[in-house]
Design a protein around this ligand. Structure first.
Ligand code: NAD
Ligand code: GLY
Length: 360
C-alpha cells in the first residue's frame, strides 16, 4: 500500500492507495473517533461495496443513506436527505460520515459533513478512477445549481482517503475513460514526464493493467496533494486544476447534468483550451495535435456539442468561480507541462475558438 500525505498542518491527512485495502479494518479504526457513523453511498455502489465497508465497522453504531445515482441528484434537496437521517438518529457533533462512491457521492457527503452541526469528521472512499485521482483529494465539496455547476459548496478536508484500486474492476469503460481526462490534466498542467508516460501507456491503462493504473493513480494524487498543500483555498496555483473546466462546466450545465460525464466534458473543454492556447501563441500545432490525440486514444469526446453555439457558451461561461467582476478568466497552457494562472483571455480569440474548433 502507498501512503501519500496532503500536508495541511493540523488538517493534514493520508491518501492510502492499494489493492484490497477496503478490507483493512485498521485503516477505518485509525480515523474514526466516534461511536456514531453514517455511510453515504448510492443505489449502484451500495450493493457492490457497502458490505465490505460495514465489515470494518462492527464496533460502531452505523446508519446508511443511499442516494439515487446521478449528477442530476447532486443538489441541495438530496443533501437534505443526509441531514434528515443524521437528525432523525440524533447524531452528535462528534459523529463520522463515510462517503462511499464516485465524485458525486464524495462531493455531496463532504458538503453534508461540512454543514452538519457546523462540521463533523468524514472519510473519503472513492470508487471511480476520477474520484480516486481528483475529487476525493483536496476538500472541495458541494452541489450543483440549475444555473451553475458546483456553485454551492465549502472547502472541507477529510480525515483520510482510502483508494482501493480493486473497486475499479466493476467500473464500466466509459467511466474509466472519464477518469483518464483528469489524469491527463496533471500531465498537461505541471508534469510533462507524466504526459509522455501517458502517451506511451494509454493502451495499458485502457486494458486496466493493474500496475499501470496504480502508477497513474499515485502520480495523479501526488500532483494534486502538492498543489493543495501549496494553495488549499485556490487563491493561486490550485486554479490550474481547472484547465478545461470552464468550457466543461458550460457543457454540463448547457446540455443538462448527466448527459455528458464530467470527465468527458473536461476532455472537450481541454481541447478547446488547447486550441485557444495556440491562438495566444503558446502551444504549437504539434502540441495541440498530441493533446487531442491522447484524449481520442482514451476514448473521450473531443468536439463540443453542436447545440451549444458561441453565444450560449459565453453566457454559460460567465457563471464560473474564477471570473472577476463578470469577466471570463481561463487557465491556458504555455506548453505541455506548464499552465497559466487564470487570465483575462482575448475575447476575439475566445470567440474564434468557439466558432471554429470542432465545428463543421
Ligand atoms: P459519479 O460519482 O457520478 O460516478 C460515476 C458512475 O459510476 C455513477 O453511476 C456511479 O454510481 C458509478 N460507480 C461509482 N463507482 C463504481 C464502481 N466501483 N463500480 C461500478 N460503478 C461505479 O462520477 P465521477 O466521475 O466519479 O465524479 C464526477 C463528479 O465529481 C462531478 O460532480 C464533478 O463535479 C465532481 N468533481 C469534484 C472534484 C472535487 O475536487 N471535489 C473534482 C473533480 C470532479
Ligand atoms: N478539481 C479541482 C480542484 O480540486 O481544485
Amino acid at each position: 500500500m502507498k501512503n501519500l500525505l496532503v500536508a495541511l498542518g493540523e488538517r493534514s491527512y493520508p491518501i492510502y492507495i492499494g489493492s484490497g485495502i477496503l478490507r483493512q479494518s485498521e485503516l477505518f479504526k485509525k480515523h474514526i473517533k466516534s461511536k456514531q457513523v453514517v455511510v453515504v453511498s448510492n443505489t449502484t455502489i451500495a450493493p457492490l461495496y457497502m458490505n465490505s465497508v460495514l465489515k470494518n465497522l462492527d464496533e460502531y453504531l452505523v446508519e446508511q443513506v443511499i442516494l439515487p445515482d446521478g449528477e442530476q441528484y447532486k443538489t441541495l434537496d438530496y443533501v437534505t436527505q443526509i441531514f434528515d437521517k443524521l437528525l432523525a438518529c440524533k447524531f452528535s457533533r462528534n459523529a463520522t460520515l463515510i462517503a462511499l462512491g464516485g465524485g458525486v457521492v464524495g462531493d455531496m457527503g463532504g458538503f453534508a459533513a461540512a454543514c452538519y452541526q457546523r462540521g463533523i469528521a468524514f472519510l473519503q472512499i472513492p470508487t471511480t478512477l476520477l474520484a480516486q485521482v481528483d475529487s476525493s483529494v483536496g476538500g472541495k465539496t458541494g452541489v450543483n445549481h440549475p444555473l451553475g455547476k458546483n456553485m454551492i459548496g465549502a472547502f472541507y478536508q477529510p480525515q483520510c482517503v482510502i483508494a482501493d484500486a480493486d473497486v475499479l474492476d466493476t467500473l464500466d469503460d466509459r467511466q474509466l475513460s472519464a477518469g483518464l481526462a483528469e489524469v491527463i490534466k496533471y500531465g498537461l498542467i505541471r508534469d510533462v514526464d507524466f504526459f509522455d508516460w501517458l502517451e506511451q501507456n494509454i493502451e495499458l491503462l485502457l486494458a486496466r493493467d493493474k500496475s499501470a493504473l496504480a502508477y497513474a493513480i499515485e502520480k495523479s494524487c501526488k500532483n494534486k496533494a502538492e498543489i493543495v498543500a501549496e494553495d488549499e483555498t485556490e487563491t493561486g496555483i490550485r486554479a490550474t486544476l481547472n484547465l478545461g473546466h470552464t468550457f466543461g462546466h458550460a457543457i454540463e450545465t448547457g446540455v443538462g447534468y448527466g448527459e455528458y460525464l464530467h470527465g468527458e466534458a473536461v476532455a472537450i473543454g481541454t481541447c478547446l483550451a488547447a486550441d485557444l492556447s495556440r491562438r495566444h501563441g503558446w502551444l504549437t500545432d504539434a502540441e495541440v495535435a498530441r493533446i487531442i490525440n491522447l484524449f481520442k486514444k482514451s476514448a473521450l469526446p473531443i468536439t463540443p456539442p453542436p447545440q451549444l453555439d458561441t453565444d450560449r457558451f459565453l453566457d454559460l461561461m460567465a457563471v464560473d468561480k474564477k471570473n472577476i467582476d463578470g469577466k471570463i478568466r481561463l487557465i491556458l497552457l504555455k506548453k505541455i507541462g506548464l499552465a497559466t494562472l487564470p487570465i483575462d483571455v482575448d475575447q476575439n480569440l475566445l470567440e474564434l475558438t468557439l466558432n471554429t474548433y470542432g465545428r463543421k
